[in-house]
Design a protein around this ligand. Sequence first.
Ligand SMILES: NC(=O)c1ccc[n+]([C@@H]2O[C@H](COP(=O)([O-])OP(=O)(O)OC[C@H]3O[C@@H](n4cnc5c(N)ncnc54)[C@H](OP(=O)(O)O)[C@@H]3O)[C@@H](O)[C@H]2O)c1
Length: 294
Amino acid sequence: MKAVRFHEYGGQDVLRYEDADRPVPGDGQVLVRVAGTTFNPIDAAIRAGYMRQAMPVTLPHTPGIDLAGTVDGSGERVIAFLPMLADGASAEYVAVDRGLLAPAPANVPLADAAALPSSALTAWQALFEHAKLEPGQRVLINGGGGAVGGFAIQLAAQAGAYVIATASARSREAVRAQGAAEVIDYTAGPVRTDRPVDVVVHLARGDASAIVEQIRPGGVLVSAVGPVEADGIRTIPMGVRSDAAQLAELARRVEAGTLKLDISARYRLADLPEVHALGEQGALRGKVVVTVRD
Ligand SMILES: NC(=O)c1ccc[n+]([C@@H]2O[C@H](COP(=O)([O-])OP(=O)(O)OC[C@H]3O[C@@H](n4cnc5c(N)ncnc54)[C@H](OP(=O)(O)O)[C@@H]3O)[C@@H](O)[C@H]2O)c1
C-alpha cells in the first residue's frame, strides 16, 4: 500500500511517500481503508522529534491521528481519533481498535469527516469535562480561528454560552458564522474583553498574561497548549483522549446540520510534506483534510 512515513526525525523533507506493508490487525482490531486524514500541529512536533521523550514513536512512523474510512470487508463508514504513538492514517490502510470507531456522518464526503475526531473531541472535553461550561456563562475561545477553536465556538454557543473569540482578519467571518458574539483581533494588541469572562479555552501558544487578566476571580482557564500559571483562577492543562461515544454524538450533530466542518483546504496524501511546511509557517487555518482515497 502507499503510505507517508518518516524513518528519522527532522524537517518536513523526512516525510516519504512510499510503499509500505499493509498492517495486520491485532486482537480487537479491524483494518480500515482510509478515505481521509488531517494535519494537526502535534504531527509536526512528533515528526521533528520535539516529543520524542514524552511520545516515543517507533520508526518508521506513519503520522495521522484523525481517521475517516471504511471497515475492510463490511464497508462500514467510520471515523476515529487514533492513538498518537501507533501508526496513523496517512496510508491506504490502518489497523484500529474496534472500540475507537464511531459512525461517520452520512451527509459529508467521507474524507472530509476526518476533520472531526481529534479537534472536536478536544473542544468538547475542554468545554464540558474540564470547564464544566454552563448556559449563560461568558467564554473566551483564544485561538478561535483554528481547528479546535471552530468547534469550541459552535459547541459553546449551542450550549447557551456567550462566546467571545480571538481571531485575526482571515478568520473573522468564519468565527462569526460559527457563533461568536464578539471577535477580538489578537494581532491588534493585547486581548481585552469589555467584562470579565467565566471560562477561557486556551488554544494559542505564547504569553497568556493578557488572557488570564480577562477571567473573573474563581473562573477557569482550560489550556490545550501546556500549563499556565495564574493566581485567583483555576487553570487546567488538558490532553485530549479518544472517546467513541462522544465522537458518535459529535458526528450526529454534523449529520443534523448543527455542527459544521470548517475545512479550509484539501490535499492529496503525496502532498503531506507541503502541508507540514505550511502548518509550521502558520499558513493554515480551520481544518486541512488530506484525502487518501476518493
Ligand atoms: N492538549 C491537547 O490535547 C490538544 C489537542 C488538540 C490541539 N492541541 C493544541 O492546541 C492548539 C490549537 O490546535 P488547532 O488544531 O486548533 O491548531 P490550528 O488549527 O493550527 O490553529 C491555527 C490557528 O491559530 C490561530 N492563532 C495563532 N496564533 C494565535 C494567537 N496568538 N492568538 C489567537 N489565535 C492564534 C490562528 O488563527 P487566525 O486564523 O485567526 O489567525 C490559526 O488559524 C495547537 O497548539 C495544538 O497543538 C492540544
